[in-house]
Design a binder for this molecule. Structure first.
Ligand SMILES: NC(=O)c1ccc[n+]([C@@H]2O[C@H](COP(=O)([O-])OP(=O)(O)OC[C@H]3O[C@@H](n4cnc5c(N)ncnc54)[C@H](OP(=O)(O)O)[C@@H]3O)[C@@H](O)[C@H]2O)c1
Length: 246
């Protein structure tokens, strides 16, 4: 029987590419995000190209009380859910000292509290099912903070730590947790993403994420080359070099 995945943050970029890649692998899909028109466009294209069932449901992960009911409603329409991917995220550039804390608040609310609301709903669902697999999309900035995006880096470091604690808490209850740390990917996340070093295409990254999920990895850096090799060294690089890289 084919597997089923819910992707939160599936209207563009890595989430839309993951939907496509999972459809290639025969998954039935539930896609969620705020922009319903974009979600429907992604869903119709995938269902036409791959002949799989693709349902959509709008959600704003910052409206935390709405997240669990929305995921449960979609899960009920889909039947048993095997995989929940918490991918929704935003980035914002803000130089420290300008007092625009509202920008940071929005980033933390989406990337950390929104992800926690999504993952918490996933745990509730998978506890009732007795099994399931949660994938959190963090970032390499969880390991090395990006200058100019300190709040973003902090949100991802906290998400990585949250997922690590959760793995220990629920791992023995049939709930698998995978944390993904993408390097730079050419998406709409921020203007000029394609100019960042070693930038990868969303399709290639989605393929590596699916491979990590299928082998049940606890964590994965994607694309593996060159980031997995570089990451252990990054923390020893001088600040001036880090500034140049980012
Ligand atoms: N691109 C990179 O270089 C990179 C690197 C490391 C990690 N990541 C992470 O990868 C994930 C996907 O980003 P992306 O690069 O693919 O960017 P993207 O194309 O902008 O995709 C972001 C997705 O998150 C959704 N989203 C944002 N805020 C939301 C909210 N409040 N409620 C529900 N959905 C929301 C967006 O949908 P709506 O706007 O329709 O709601 C969209 O589907 C993010 O978590 C990002 O931090 C990206």
């Amino acid at each position: 029987m084919s597997k089923t995945a819910i992707i939160v943050g599936a209207s563009s970029g890595i989430g839309a590419a993951l939907a496509e890649e999972l459809a290639v692998r025969g998954y039935r899909l539930g896609l969620m995000a705020r922009r319903e028109d974009k979600l429907k466009e992604v869903a119709e294209g995938i269902s036409r190209r791959h002949g799989v069932i693709v349902l959509t449901h709008p959600v704003d992960v910052c409206a935390s009380a709405d997240v669990q009911p929305a995921i449960m409603a979609l899960a009920e329409d889909l039947g048993q859910v095997d995989l929940l991917i918490a991918n929704a995220g935003i980035i914002a550039a803000r130089r420290s000292g300008n007092g625009q804390l509202e920008v940071d608040r929005q980033v933390i609310e989406t990337n950390l509290l929104g992800a926690i609301a999504t993952i918490d709903a996933g745990v509730a669902l998978f506890k009732t099912q007795g099994k399931g697999h949660i994938v959190g999309i963090s970032s390499i900035s969880a390991f090395v903070g990006i200058p100019g995006s300190a709040a973003y880096s902090a949100s991802k470091a906290a998400l990585t730590n949250y997922l690590s604690a959760l793995r220990t808490e629920v791992g023995h209850q049939g709930i698998r947790i995978t944390t993904i740390h993408p390097g730079f990917v050419a998406t709409d996340l921020a203007p000029g993403m394609e100019k960042y070093p070693f930038v990868a295409q969303p399709g290639a990254v989605a393929k590596e994420i699916c491979q990590a999920v299928e082998r049940g990895a606890r964590e994965a850096i994607v694309p593996r080359w060159p980031w997995a090799a570089m990451m252990p060294m990054m923390r020893f690089l001088p600040d001036a070099v880090i500034r140049r890289i980012f």
